[in-house]
Design a protein around this ligand. Structure first.
Ligand SMILES: C=C(O[C@H]1C=CC=C(C(=O)O)[C@@H]1O)C(=O)O
Length: 290
């Protein structure tokens, strides 16, 4: 009993996604991003250095960056370790004792760890709505769309998407930001969601070129400074050119948002390069700014 060993399998590509029955598209002003159960215990069933987990982490981080850029609240669900048989209920019959009483096993994987301001839900059942405050949280914020990422596609992800439908909340399952016991279960879950309760989409389609129009503007020191100022809610004139922007509150999620935005415009710049020397002048050099 317990989790299977999951062999590596390729993440589905955009061309392989099932046809959706409805034509909803994600609206950042209505959406909440859910990172579902990406805890070390559940990920230990995979080789986390291989597909689909490598893509899963990268795509969840792209979505987190998109969320930071568009003011989309981010919610993490996580089950507690060391649950009693009573707390486990029927989960005990299907999966045994679950997450051990070990903080490392219960922690969200470092690669996608929550950022400051993200909400954490303690989860008890397959659906992230059951015995949690997810429903209230959406309603409090006047939001009715849930963008779902995490594991496992045919268990909690599918159950949460279905539960969202019961509550008239539009679920979007991001096909390449979820992972499963194998390619067959992954595909079957996506097909069921697309036909019965939500929309199946891909990371590119959510973050893609939708949020911010490609400006076609040349990179200049002033443009970079203005974008940094905009992200930090500061006046561009106050942003120093040669100081470490981490000291100005530029965290890794915002940094990812910038890398994502500039890459969408064709700039060959990686998050790690920006993180290495986080200053306007250094980035201007990287971007070949005039
Ligand atoms: C990651 C999930 O947890 C469930 C799946 C397998 C084992 C479980 C457990 O042992 O608690 C969970 O019920 C999910 O809801 O998809």
């Amino acid at each position: 009993m317990g989790l299977p060993r999951i062999p590596s399998y390729p993440m589905p590509a955009a061309a392989e996604l099932p046809a959706n029955r409805v034509d909803w598209t994600v609206d950042p002003s209505r959406a909440v991003l859910l990172v579902h159960d990406l805890q070390n215990h559940f990920l230990s069933a995979f080789d986390t250095s291989a597909a689909p987990v490598t893509e899963l982490f990268a795509n969840v981080n792209r979505l987190r960056a998109w969320a930071a850029e568009h003011g989309v609240p981010v919610v993490y669900s996580a089950q507690p370790g060391g649950q009693s048989a009573e707390q486990r209920g029927l989960q005990q019959d299907f999966w045994g004792p679950g997450i051990p009483d070990d903080p490392r096993a219960a922690a969200v994987a470092d690669a996608v760890a929550p950022a400051e301001g993200d909400r954490l839900l303690t989860k008890w059942k397959y659906s992230a709505f059951v015995r949690t405050e997810l429903d209230e949280l959406l309603r409090e914020q006047g939001r009715d769309e849930l963008v779902i990422t995490g594991v496992y596609t045919h268990i909690g992800v599918q159950a949460t998407a279905c539960d969202a439908w019961m509550r008239d909340i539009r679920a979007f399952v991001v096909a390449d930001a979820v992972a499963d016991f194998g390619a067959d279960e992954h595909r079957a879950a996506l097909t069921w969601v697309a036909g019965r309760c939500g929309v199946v989409t891909g990371t590119d389609a959510v973050v893609g070129r939708r949020g911010r129009e490609v400006t076609g503007m040349a990179f200049t020191v002033e443009r970079i400074r203005a974008e940094v100022a905009d992200l930090l809610g500061e006046d561009p004139a106050d942003i120093p050119l040669d100081e470490n922007l981490a000291d100005w509150g530029l965290d890794s999620v915002r940094l990812m948002a910038l890398a994502e935005r500039w890459r969408a415009e064709g700039a060959e710049v990686a998050f790690l390069q920006l993180a290495e020397r986080p200053a306007v002048e250094a980035w201007a050099e990287l971007l070949g700014a005039s």
